[in-house]
Design a protein. Sequence first.
Length: 583
Amino acid sequence: MRRWRSHLAAFHLRDLWWRVLDRLEGSRAWRLALYITVAAVAAGATLWFWVYPGWSKRNAIKIARDWLASGHLRYAAEAAQQAAALAPESPEPWQIAAELARRGGQMDKALEYARRAAELAPTDPVYTIGWAAQALQADQPQEAERVLNRLPAPNEAGSAHAQRLRGEIARRQLRFSEAQARFEAAARLDGPLAIDEVPLGLILLNAADQAERSRGLAVLTKWSTDREWGPTALRTLLADASARNDKPAMLRWAEALRAHPSRTVTDMSACLLAIARSDEARLVGILATLERDHAATPQAAAQLLGWLNEIGRPADAIEWFKTLPADAMQRPPLCALAAEALRAAARWAELRTWVDGKDWGADADFLRWTYALQADRMLKDEGAAQEQWRSLYGHAQLHGAHALFAAANLYSWGQTKEAEALWWRVAEQTGQPAIEAAGALARHYQVSRDAEGQYRVFRRLYSLRNQDAAVGNNYAFFATLTGRDQTIAHRIARANLDAQPANPVYMATFAFTLIEQSRAAEALTLLKPRAGEAASSPALAFVYGLALAGTGNLAEARILLHSLPPDSLTAREVELVRAALKD
């Protein structure tokens, strides 16, 4: 029965097929419809398998760029992720990711993404220049220069962006003639744009030739009313006038910056300071207006008190805040700004009265203890000062951000011992506050030329960020310098050099580990090909000089090592140089 039904079904299908063929043979319209249908299906399949994926990639990238241009960074990030998933080997999603990271202040990530984009399109100058730009913004001018060196000469000569980057690198390295030539080249390529002419004006303003300086003044004045670039031009003109103590120019540019619609709140203190230096009577009139207008709200009052403290007029701040409502003055931020005015005016008894027994709230009491500590110290009341210190130090255990702020204040007031103790209290914790505290300690030990301190802090930083090559390099160098962790230091220095063989600082650190292992000849062999860079790299000059001394080339070593600024070396490095040269 089943077999019979199967034959019957086959018969019907064959019958249907022959009928279709008969219809096609007898009807031109049917044949045309069939041909169109087949062509449409083929075209659809082609579009689906070949054209549609390409369109999807381009559309995802376009959407990401549109969101980025409109300032919707979250949507731009989502679109960029989709584009990267659709086109993992395309450089454009990585370029967008780099821009997103830059806008978010993540310069290291921006550089990483820009580098990846350039690696995916090594022959496209747009991505190479983008890589160099992100390197410069991440404060890596050496990498930016190495990247630009990859550009073919015609591509570099024809790119205003590349010329600007070269100009900025030269400016940072104080090669002003080259910087001027580069920005002028960019201006010729771009036309009269502020992005080229404002940096050029800054360079010309510092020229020794009066004609060039006048040209710089003219260029910056030209852009001083521009909505976007005007504040930058005015800040430059104001700083130049202040440096030269040109009082009429100070007053002119301070008033212009104060009136500019795009000026920032922080510009006001610079403007007020310049006006104070150039025309006291004018400042008195401005302050009278500001005091009347800023008394309306606590927020506005805090703003004016901050400006008065910043420009060094605490007496004016004290006189004014005493006219403000007493209840508002006992709440942050006004209470802290008033304390700062009293501290700056050295009114220690008044400051102790202002902070003693008060309650500024859980988020500001640490500041009250900090000011109380300073007042008690200046009043020679050590018992009271120790009580304030115990409160502040105990608070730092759980409130790292508060401790960082207090330490920065104490350090600026000359209380170095307490600031250092607070920074270490935070550095022994985890997270971003610990990294910031370690960074503050590194700067402190650099200024004090303390190699032991540098070793301790970079060891701690390395435990927090062991993937950061720069941190690892510093740890390896100071460990070697102080005779600690020699095996670990050598391993870190070797790994850094293997990863970045062109980096002169990493090469110097690895060579230094060899020297400290009594392998000066190996270190010298390693460094000799880079000898020409010693003049521009203090790290390389230091180690190369030691390698020369260690192999008996004392005359050459003496020339190189004596060229190093002594203030740039730790006390331990100075001892090492003297021992190497047998001075």
